[in-house]
Design a protein around this ligand. Structure first.
Ligand SMILES: Cc1cc2nc3c(=O)[nH]c(=O)nc-3n(C[C@H](O)[C@H](O)[C@H](O)COP(=O)(O)O)c2cc1C
Length: 171
């Protein structure tokens, strides 16, 4: 009986798929209602399993306008658009705040709704979520203090939201 031989695997390979976050991949996090909604680019997050449910986890800094809509509705969507075709949209929605501009209109995107949750109609893949848990990251909880210097020199810590996936839609 020989020992198993293990091969190292490139991290990118285990993270492939339509609902991939991170690296070059991104999604639009949209929240609000029929009257008013906002969207922002996110690339941190993923699909996770907790409390016997399949959930999405996203990381949203305190300062994001979109956060106000998530907290008000306790629901949000993740819309995955064609990465190359919507490169400009990714940049625009990830750098301008909805406090200053009507981003969805300016990006020439259309909102659609499912069970009251807004999502981006131009997306290929959509995840609709209901928030179960949110928590603000705290300085004293960082095991690796370098991360504070690297990511929170100006404060504005991330909240993370664990949200039950209620529905997944594919074009
Ligand atoms: C590629 C990319 C990924 C981003 N990922 C995140 C993220 O995961 N979390 C976050 O809080 N901000 C992220 N941002 C920044 C927000 O999208 C950006 O601050 C946006 O303008 C917030 O808009 P709002 O104020 O209208 O909510 C990202 C930006 C880009 C360009």
């Amino acid at each position: 009986m020989g020992l198993h031989v293990f091969q190292p695997v490139d991290l990118d390979e285990i993270l492939e798929g339509a609902f991939r976050f991170g690296g070059d991949s991104w999604a639009l996090l949209t929240a609000g209602n029929e009257e008013k909604a906002n969207t922002m680019t996110v690339s941190w997050g993923g699909i996770t399993h907790v409390w016997d449910k399949t959930c999405a986890i996203v990381y949203v800094r305190e300062s994001r306008y979109t956060k106000e809509f998530i907290d008000a509705q306790k629901k949000f969507s993740l819309s995955f658009l064609h990465h190359d075709q919507y490169k400009g949209v990714k940049k625009y929605l990830g750098s301008v705040s909805g406090r200053d501009e009507d981003k969805i209109k300016n990006a020439k995107l259309n909102l659609n709704f499912d069970d009251g949750i807004p999502f981006i109609d131009e997306a290929d893949n959509i995840i609709l979520c209901k928030v179960l848990y949110k928590q603000l990251m705290k300085e004293e909880n960082f095991v690796n203090g370098r991360l504070i210097a690297d990511y929170y020199a100006k404060g504005d810590y991330h909240y993370y939201y664990i949200a039950e996936i209620k529905k997944v839609m594919i074009r």
